[in-house]
Ligand binder design. Structure first.
Ligand SMILES: *Cc1c(COP(=O)(O)O)cnc(C)c1O
Length: 398
């Protein structure tokens, strides 16, 4: 006699499996594997009474469609049981600003890591300041000592690990513990690791932000932001998004969902290739330092190993002092590494960076030019050969 087994519960499935199954409702879509793209503003109500009572599964395009719900549900399931809801925003920067606006008010004090993504700093220093929120920056290595920076009006702490461009790791559980003891909300920019490699809600984060533009999209062809909230912050986040009128175009949501399905295989490849290139760069005489928390000798390695289950494809190096034309010759010779902002797509990228001008809580004096690499899905040998050509051109330019 055969007995029908209960389906496995989502929380019992491995994250790689959840990436494939999450947010799918094939019964709703006539059996088709992927949801249709609803291009929608107006939703019609069957009767006047229904309209007055807002009695409808969907009410208006901006307030959600089956397309937006599919991606929100998928990310919520990926985040795990600590996540109460997910909001989609038109960019990662919009996700950062909206999450901050959801939890702050005039008169509040905000703590932000000095290693934060620079536009996050710009938002705090301009718009939040104008609306009466004061921001202090802290050393990303502060850990539990952050407790001494709390004031009676400190309402939120913004963490990002590893640091944008500079790759310091943060002791997020220790920071979250101190924050919660002081009644403050913890927001995290989790773009680098994604929910696949850093389980934000298990580590004490209340609002977890991702630039979906990066690894969720994965193909350098869309702008998207997501904010995942726990039960304590979800209604504030949801109200803020609905009230401010922010929403994402359905085609970009669809591309985000499509990218999400292959996140685990892409990230695994980004991880191994980036570690291989990082190790190769460590041996190069032109390189002073490689900043990648997945490397055994990295100052952040122990925390990374404790808290993260993987590394993505983004890391930085500091070159030994070299004349600017030599550094430019290196960059201009590369053919597989494009020079351009953003990252998380299938292709390798490199940018020059310098944190000297804007850091306020920590000094940035690395001793040479900073280069940030995104290692794409190309063959590692080809990438290393490209870098070798770059270094050869650099030597000729000295
Ligand atoms: C790119 C990025 C963002 C902003 O994302 P956009 O979609 O470009 O607005 C936010 N945080 C981090 C860490 C990023 O790298």
């Amino acid at each position: 006699m055969s007995r029908k087994q209960d389906p496995q519960k989502p929380q019992d499935l491995k994250p790689e499996t959840r990436l494939v199954t999450a947010g799918r409702d094939t019964a709703l879509h006539h059996g088709f594997v992927n949801p249709p793209v609803y291009h929608a503003s107006t939703v019609l109500y069957p009767t006047a009474a229904d309209m007055i009572a807002h009695r409808a599964r969907y009410q208006y395009g901006r307030r959600g469609t089956p397309t937006s719900e599919a991606l929100e549900d998928a990310i919520r399931e990926l985040e795990g049981p600590g996540c109460a809801g997910v909001a989609l925003l038109p960019s990662g920067a919009a996700a950062v600003s909206t999450a901050l606006l959801a939890v702050l008010a005039a008169g509040d004090h905000l703590l932000i890591t000095d290693s934060v993504y620079r536009p996050t700093r710009n938002f705090a220093n301009s718009i939040l300041k104008r609306f009466g929120v004061e921001t202090s920056y802290y050393d990303p290595l502060i850990g539990g000592d952050i407790a001494r920076l709390f004031r009676p009006n400190t309402r939120a702490v913004f963490v990002e690990a590893p640091g944008s461009q500079s790759f310091e790791m943060q002791d997020i559980p220790a920071i979250a513990e101190a924050a919660h003891r002081h009644g403050a909300i913890v927001l995290m920019d989790n773009t680098w690791a994604t929910p696949l490699y850093f389980r934000a809600f298990d580590k004490g984060v209340d609002l977890s932000i991702q630039a979906g533009t990066k690894y969720i999209g994965g193909h350098s062809d869309l702008m998207l932001g997501t904010v995942s909230a726990n039960a304590e912050t979800w209604s504030r986040l949801r109200d803020t998004v609905l009230t401010s009128g922010l929403c994402v175009g359905p085609d970009d949501i669809y591309l985000g969902l499509r990218g999400l399905r292959t996140l685990s295989v892409r990230l695994a490849r980004h991880q191994t290739s980036a570690l291989a290139v990082a190790r190769w760069l460590q041996q190069r005489p032109e390189v002073l330092r490689v900043m990648h928390p997945g490397l055994e000798g990295d100052p952040g390695h122990a925390i990374w190993k404790r808290d993260f289950s993987g590394a993505s494809g983004l890391f930085s190096i500091i070159l030994k002092p070299a004349p600017e034309p030599a550094v430019h010759a290196f960059l201009n010779t590369l053919s597989l590494f494009g020079m351009g902002f953003s990252w998380g797509g299938f292709e390798s990228l490199v940018i020059l960076f310098d944190c000297t001008d804007y850091r306020t809580a920590t000094a940035w004096a690395p001793g040479g030019a900073g280069l940030r690499f995104h290692i794409g899905l190309e063959d590692v040998g080809d990438l290393i050969a490209d870098l070798e050509r770059g270094f050869a051109a650099m030597a000729q330019t000295r």
